[in-house]
Write a protein that binds this ligand. Structure first.
Ligand code: SF4
Length: 328
């Protein structure tokens, strides 16, 4: 299995015919068993990427680029074919808010059985057995089957969503901030489920979050996203050990590092992300970047290979101090 996102661009059109350029020129690939963490601040385009791959963007969205699954473009594929052969079957999603994932007036178990019946040759009995087995795997009691979504706690509902994402044995699972709405105990439970049911069973994972520690924990690769563009992309250990892009450096130095008793001064990135309804000249991070030079405000940097990872910065690899002394 290979998933290849090429030059993905998503614009949301507004009433006055202006638009928000939510995602711009995003490319990455994912092989079988790989886990890509996508991190960035709110509004950086993380969820839009997930929605574009799953083809669940709102009507005012315009998408360009391609998403190739084993060489076949699933964005230009007929909608019905996508629904029948890709969604849930080969790529599934665990969304941020589980409440919207189920029809509130149907029992949870019936909805899950229905997904299996629609997409496989299984009969009702086999589908029931499959759902019950997955309930057991994720620690949901059998009586969950007959409950309505609002009779489940937030943690139970998110585990039921994980069941729905695994029902048809997809090769790729996209987890979009799956623990945001949960308390700490349920967060830990969901993370260990993701590790056991997705990573340990050779599926591929796209994990979208602003929780950097989780990405370090779950991913093999990481992409930092800013203003809808990839700033740095590569091996998670390499980037977390020695980030090169000023934005990645800022992000990583804004979380506590308690490994090996290390104490690090916490920083934050001053300023706000750019207004994506306006055209951005140069590097989108320039107004917040401590080391920006004049070229940064006039010319957009391209993603280049530097030290075994892709970096979108004019100065990384060019100025010796960049990527080292600009850490604080
Ligand atoms: S291109 Fe310039 S502004 Fe952008 S991150 Fe690099 S140094 Fe900073």
């Amino acid at each position: 299995m290979t998933l290849q996102v090429n030059d993905l661009e998503v614009k949301y059109y507004l009433d006055d015919n202006t638009y928000v350029r939510a995602v711009s020129g995003v490319s990455f690939s994912l092989e079988k068993g790989e886990a890509l963490g996508i991190i960035g601040e709110t509004g950086s385009g993380k969820t839009t990427i997930a929605s574009a791959i799953m083809r669940v963007l709102p009507e005012n969205a315009e998408v360009r680029g391609s998403v190739l699954l084993d060489g076949k473009d699933i964005l230009s594929m007929d909608k019905e074919e996508f629904r029948r052969s890709i969604r849930w079957k080969r790529i599934s999603i665990i969304p941020q808010y589980s409440m919207n994932s189920f029809n509130p007036i149907k029992r949870v178990g019936d909805q899950l059985v229905q997904i299996i019946l629609e997409h496989t040759e299984m009969d009702v009995h086999q589908a029931f057995e499959k759902v019950m087995k997955l309930f057991e795997q994720v620690g949901l009691p059998p009586e969950t089957f007959r409950k309505y979504p609002d009779e489940l706690s937030g943690g139970q509902r998110q585990r039921a969503v994980i069941v729905s994402a695994l029902l048809l044995n997809p090769e790729v699972v996209i987890a979009d901030e799956p623990t945001t709405a949960l308390d700490v105990i349920n967060q830990a439970r969901v993370i260990s489920l993701i590790r056991r049911e997705i990573l340990n069973s050779s599926r591929s994972l796209i994990y979208i979050t602003h929780d950097i520690a989780l990405v370090a924990n779950l991913s093999t690769k990481v992409a930092t996203l800013y203003a809808g563009k990839i700033m740095e992309l590569g091996d998670v250990r390499k980037i977390f050990k020695e980030p090169l892009h000023p934005y990645t450096i800022g992000l990583l130095s804004s979380v506590p590092d308690i490994r090996y008793g290390r104490v690090r001064k916490l920083n934050y990135i001053p300023g706000d992300p750019p207004d994506l309804t306006k055209e951005i000249k140069g590097c989108p991070f320039a107004p917040r970047c401590k080391i920006a030079e004049s070229i940064c405000f006039t010319k957009e940097p391209e993603l280049r290979l530097v030290d075994g990872r892709l970096v979108s910065c004019h100065l990384v690899g060019e100025r010796k101090d960049v990527g080292t002394t600009n850490k604080s």
